[in-house]
Ligand binder design. Structure first.
Ligand code: ZN
Length: 77
C-alpha cells in the first residue's frame, strides 16, 4: 500500500493527475480524486460537475472510502 501513500496507484493515474486541468481526473485540494463529469448548469450558473471516485478506473485500486470522502468534504466546508 506504499504506492497509494505516495499518491498514485498506477502509471495511468499518475499520468492523468499530472496532465492539464482539462483532464477528466484531478486531485482536489482536499486530497480527494475527482472525475470531471462535464459541464452542468445549476441555479443559472454554468460550471463543471465533479464527482468523487472511490476506485481507480484504470487498475481498480480503492483510492478513498466513503468515510475518507465525507471527512475530506467536511474539512473543506
Ligand atoms: Zn490505478
Amino acid at each position: 500500500m506504499d504506492d497509494i501513500a505516495a499518491g498514485y496507484c498506477c502509471d495511468d493515474m499518475e499520468t492523468c493527475l499530472g496532465a492539464s486541468s482539462e483532464a477528466a481526473l484531478l486531485e482536489h485540494e482536499s486530497g480527494l480524486i475527482l472525475v470531471n463529469a462535464g459541464r452542468t448548469e445549476q441555479d443559472g450558473e454554468e460550471g463543471s460537475l465533479f464527482l468523487t471516485v472511490q476506485f481507480c478506473p484504470f487498475c481498480g485500486t480503492e483510492l478513498q472510502t466513503d468515510e475518507d470522502i465525507d471527512a475530506a468534504l467536511e474539512a473543506v466546508e
